[in-house]
Design a protein around this ligand. Structure first.
Ligand SMILES: [Zn+2]
Length: 176
């Protein structure tokens, strides 16, 4: 697995000794490449970032030893509402920037919706499993932005059923 790197000195903070416990899956919410996202979110004063951006390649923007800014802040979108057979923000203030790794899936427009591409999902799966192994993160702690703040992220995988399929694929290489 090749990881391209353009490590930013901006848009991150210290983990303050917190152990990495979660991997948070996102979608970038626009149609653009992993490289371009990595360059953009590596720029000064973006107020947001993630460790990895993935299309058919993996681009790393923030060192894993630092906290990227991908799942912090208050409730968003659905908040704690029940949607598609599951409830949002069950991990609010439990999974945080300081104790997680953020992975952003690049997107395409499909049926009028911006959703992660197949290539991004396929490329992210070995990265997720590599990070699970390296940091001792069990599959149940591979979560969505939706689980942290209630945000509609990753779009297309908010229902319990669709997420289970993606989660199984990312963590076990089955499904999807
Ligand atoms: Zn997100």
């Amino acid at each position: 697995m090749k990881i391209h790197k353009k490590i930013s000195r901006y848009n991150s903070s210290e983990r303050n000794g917190e152990k990495i416990k979660y991997i948070v899956i996102h979608y970038v919410g626009a149609v653009s490449s992993a490289k371009n996202n990595c360059i953009y979110f590596g720029g000064g004063d973006r107020q947001a970032s993630a460790h990895y951006f993935v299309d058919d390649k993996i681009w790393q923007c923030i060192k894993v030893s630092k906290a990227a800014w991908h799942c912090g802040g208050g409730l968003q979108d659905y908040g704690r509402a029940s949607v598609g057979g599951n409830k949002g923000a069950t991990l609010h203030y439990i999974c945080t920037n300081r104790n997680s790794i953020g992975i952003e899936l690049c997107c395409e427009k499909s049926g009028g919706e911006i959703v992660p591409t197949k290539e991004a999902i396929q490329t992210a799966a070995p990265l997720v499993r590599h990070l699970m192994k390296k940091y001792g993160i069990p599959a149940e702690r591979v979560v969505r932005h939706f689980d942290v703040t209630g945000k509609c992220c990753p779009n297309g995988y908010i229902s319990k059923k669709s997420w289970k399929k993606l989660h199984d694929y990312l963590t076990e290489g089955t499904g999807e």
